[in-house]
Design a protein around this ligand. Structure first.
Ligand code: LLP
Length: 434
């Protein structure tokens, strides 16, 4: 295996004697032959290792997997087996989790613009916690919960800036999510929620952003949230027991990216939490987290077949692959960068600078610009792009009527489909022709 991609690839990745990349004991060339390309290959061991890392770092915390990163029925089983809880942020995610038989009491429902039907469905199903994002959420959830007492947390904006792409920053004041601590709406929300007989206010929630690599913003968030809880206590005489810090821990995408040190993050979180609880005069609240990317990001690799190779003399070589922005919108949307290797020539030295171009009718459909691949690259080779597990499949589309790829779970030399590839017939299944 190219040593430099060790932290980016799944933990089971290795290069066998035939020069092929193996994941979960499966030959990626064979996977491509059997299941076709593009193909998401999901390494169960990597996912389980990451969940255990999180649980080890925060043994007392509730860990909700953020299902928006990647969700399917089988994923719900894996989450359940690992003893994690589940963050759902739409009626569809809730429906999928319920269809999988995931215990509703272990779910949290999010959303900045929840439908009445989502709230009703969540209350009816017995979803453990609903995160109230705004004043209308408070009223509508209180109404939906008549006859019961629904546990809720308030989503607040702590005014912390996370150093990440601005599309995925969420903790700042100017955000469509949550209620402002500084502006006073969070405190008003506490009062209103406490006055609702059908709501049980557990505490506060803040998610400051995604793919974050510095841990300080998490510490800063704890300080602000604990201080807020102290003000709540002073004003209303209630001690709110829950602080949910959301997700956001970053992952390696490129050679040289360092893997997140959850042990360091946990040390910082614990140190700040204890110090701030004392300083604010509150009891140490129970902490929750909602990691998505960290758990599933590096667990998947996307395999593509090489098609047309076009050389523009003196400028660049375009290597055409059979997917693109329909299975990975992140480069086009966030200028996200990835690495790549030739899965069937994994030991060939990557000396040839090429641009991996998707098959869509957009000049911007470029998955990787200027990536080094072996000189021997040719039609039919298999390109592997690692770290596509989070927000890859879940943001996939049918642009250009491209069927969405299959997702195959690999473990100990065995593979099985957990999401079928869409067929051409699937592409017209919703059409109505008169
Ligand atoms: N909790 C809440 C309330 C969230 O909004 C999110 C992500 C998470 C947890 C999980 O964050 P993570 O641990 O995965 O960073 N599509 C973007 C990422 C958007 C994240 C949205 N919210 C991307 O591809 O980078």
């Amino acid at each position: 295996m190219p040593h430099t991609l060790k932290d980016v690839l799944p933990v089971t990745a290795e290069v066998a004697a035939n020069d092929h990349l193996f994941i979960g004991g499966c030959d990626s060339q064979e996977l491509a032959d059997v299941y076709g390309t593009p193909l998401f290959v999901f390494c169960e061991e990597t996912f389980r290792a990451r969940t255990r890392q999180y649980k080890q770092a925060f043994p007392e915390a509730t860990i909700y997997y953020a299902s928006k990163a990647f969700l399917c029925l089988q994923m719900c089983s894996l989450i359940e087996q690992e003893g994690l809880s589940l963050d759902v942020a739409s009626g569809g995610e809730l429906h999928t989790a319920l269809a999988a038989g995931f215990p509703p009491e272990r779910m949290i429902l999010h959303g900045n613009n929840k439908l009445d039907s989502d709230i009703l469905a969540a209350v009816d199903a017995g979803v453990g916690v609903i995160a109230l994002d705004n004043f209308e959420d408070i009223d509508r959830t209180a109404t939906a919960a008549r006859g019961t007492k629904q546990d809720v947390v308030l989503r607040v904006t702590p005014g912390v800036e996370a150093h990440t792409h601005h599309y995925i920053q969420t903790g700042q004041e100017d955000s469509k999510f949550g209620m402002s601590i500084e502006g006073g709406s969070a405190m008003e929300a506490v009062e209103r929620t406490l006055n609702e007989e059908t709501l049980q206010l557990l505490g506060v929630h803040a998610h400051i952003g995604s793919n974050i690599f510095s841990y300080d913003p998490f510490g800063k968030t704890i300080e602000i949230l604990f201080e807020f809880l102290a003000q709540v206590k002073a004003r209303f005489g209630v001690s709110l027991p829950e602080v949910n810090l959301g997700g956001g821990v970053g992952i390696p995408y490129l050679a040289g990216d360092y893997p997140a040190r959850l042990d360091l993050l946990a040390a910082l979180v614990n140190e700040v939490a204890e110090r701030q609880a004392k300083a604010s005069g509150i009891e140490l609240p129970h902490l929750s987290f909602e990691p998505g990317r960290f758990l599933v990001g590096n667990a998947m690799v996307t395999l593509y077949s090489v098609g047309t190779i076009k050389e523009v003399p003196g400028i660049r070589t375009f290597v055409g692959i059979d997917g693109g922005m329909s299975d990975n919108i992140r480069p086009a949307l966030y200028q996200a960068r990835y690495s790549a290797l030739l899965a069937n020539k994994a030991r060939h030295v990557p000396t040839h600078l090429v641009t991996l171009a998707g098959m869509h009718c957009e000049s911007g459909d470029i998955l990787l610009q200027d990536v080094a691949l072996p000189e021997s690259i040719q039609r039919g080779d298999i390109v592997a792009i690692p770290a596509t597990g989070a927000y890859g499949y879940s943001m996939a589309s049918n642009y250009n009527k491209q069927p969405r790829p299959a997702v195959v779970l690999v473990k100990e030399g065995k593979s099985r489909v957990i999401v079928r590839r869409e067929s051409f017939d699937d592409l017209t299944r919703l059409d109505v022709k008169t």
